[in-house]
Design a protein around this ligand. Sequence first.
Ligand code: NAD
Length: 525
Amino acid sequence: MGSEYEGRSAAEVVAGMKERFASGKTRIFQWRVAQLKAIVRMIDEKEDEIAAAIYEDLAKSRTEACLQEIALAKDACLFTLKKLKHWVKPQKVSTSILTFPSTAQIVPEPFGVILIISAWNYPFYGQRHPCGDNVNVGKVAMESLAFGSSTQPCYATNDILVAVVIQTCFVAYIMDFGTYQYYFSSPVLSIEPVIGAIAAGNTVVLKPSEVAPSTSSFFAKVLPKYVDNSCIRVLEGSASETSELLEQKWDKIMYTGNPRVARIVMAAAAKHLTPVILELGGKCPLIVDSNIDLKVAAKRIVVGKWGSNSGQACIAPDYIITTKSFAAKLVDALKIALQKFYGKDPLQSTDLSRIVNIRHFARLRNLLEDEKVSGKIVYGGLQDEKDLKIAPTILLDVPCDALMMEEEIFGPLLPIVTVDDLGQSFDIINSKEKPLAAYLFTRDQRLEENFVKTVSAGGMLINDTILQFTNRHLPFGGVGESGMGFYHGKFSFDAFSHKKAVLRRCFIVEIPMRYPPYTPQKQKV
Ligand code: NAD
C-alpha cells in the first residue's frame, strides 16, 4: 500500500497541486510576496525551535548554525522580496532584420508543480546568537570575524590587514544593501529552493531528509502554519516514500544529495521528460602554495573544513595538495589553528558538530582503518562512538589510491597529498570526477590563472574556503558528477522559471521571398 498524506495518496497530492497551479493563484505577484514574507516571519518567530532542531540533528554549535543556516535562509528570502518585482518583468531583447518590424521579449513563467528533495547536512540555514539572545546575525558575523567572540575564536584577532579588509567589505555591504544584516547570507538546502520555486510562481512540495529527523519534522509541523498549505506542502519520508513521489509527473525536480541517488532521481524524471536540477558533492581539492600568509591560510582552511559541520559539507575542502618541502610547515600551522579553535581535547569542544549517524560514523572509521593510510595520522584520530564525534584528523602523504582519496570523505578527516611541483596537482584533480568546489592558496598569479583555466569545478575560491556560496550574485551548482543546474539569488528564480520566447509582429512589411512558389528568380536573391 502506498503512503498517505493526511489521508491522500502521493498521486492525489500531486493532482491537487496541479489543480491549484492551474487556478493561477501562485502566479499572482502578491501571493508570492505574501508567502515569502510568511517564511521570514516563521524564521523570526521560530528561531529557537529551528536552532534546537538543528542541534538535535547535528549537535551543531549555535554560532555555526547562526552563520551558516538560518541567516542564510532569511537573507535569501529578503533578497528575493527586494528584487522580485524586477525579476518577474519580461525582458526586452533585440530583434533581427528578418522579423522587421517586431518586438521580442523573454517572459519568465513558472514550470508548474515542483518537487524539492533535500539532504540532511544543512537541513535549514540559520541565525542564533551563541548566548541565546536574538541578535543581528550580520553583526555577530562581523564581530566574530573582525574582533573575536567569546565562544568562537576569531579569524583575525591579530591581523590588522584582514580586519581592514573585512571592515571594507562591511562598508561596501552597507552601501550596497543598506544594512550589514545580510553580510553572511545567501541560500539554503531545504528552504532556499522553496523560496526560488515560490518566487517564480510555482506550487511546491518539499521532501526534507529523514536523516535530519528533527529539522524534517519542524518543516512538516511549522511551515504549513505560515504559508499557503494548498500550494506549498511538506511531505516527510525516506527512500520508499521518495520513490513513490518520484513516480508522479512533476514539472521540475530539484534533488540535493549524493550521485548514486541522483541517478535514481534522473531516471525517474526521464520517464516523464521532467527537467532536473541535481546538487551533488564530490572531492573538493585544496592546493596550498608555499608563498602565502600561512597563519591566515591555516585559519581559513580549518574553519572551512571543520567549522562546516565537521567536514560534512558539500563544499568543505576534501583533501589538500602541497609540495613535499612545504607540507611539514603547513601541518604545524594547521595544528596551531586547530588547537586554538577547538582546544586540546576537541572531542569535548561544543564548537564541533557530531557525525550525523552511526552509519556515517562507521563509514569514516572504515576510511581511517584502510591499511594504505596506516601510520599517516599526524594530528587527531580520536573517536567517541557514543557521542558520534571524531576529532579533526590530518593525514600526511596519503597515497592517491587510498580509500579516502577515492570517495568523498564528508567528515572531519583531511588527507594531504604531497607533490614535487604544484603543477602536478592539476593532473591529480583532473584524474578525478569534477568537484563542486576547488580551492587554491597562493600569491603566484600565473598559478592562479592556470588553476582557473585548467581545473573544472562547480565553483572556485582563491585564498579562502567555502565563502563563495555566500555571494548571491554567483551561481551555486556543480558540473559533471557534482551536479547540474544552479541556484542562489536570481539564479534560484531562474532555476524554477521557464524562459518563454515571445515575438510580436504587426501586419505591415511583407517579404515576398518567404512565400512559395520558390521560383528561380526568388532563389537568386
Ligand atoms: P540524504 O541521505 O539526506 O539523501 C538525500 C535525499 O535523498 C533525502 O531526502 C532522501 O530521502 C533521498 N533518498 C535517499 N535514498 C533514496 C532513494 N533510494 N530513492 C529516492 N530518494 C532517496 O543525503 P546524502 O545523499 O547523504 O547527502 C550527502 C551528499 O549530498 C554528499 O555527497 C554531499 O556532497 C551532497 N550535498 C550536496 C549539496 C549541494 O548543494 N551541492 C549540499 C549538501 C549535500
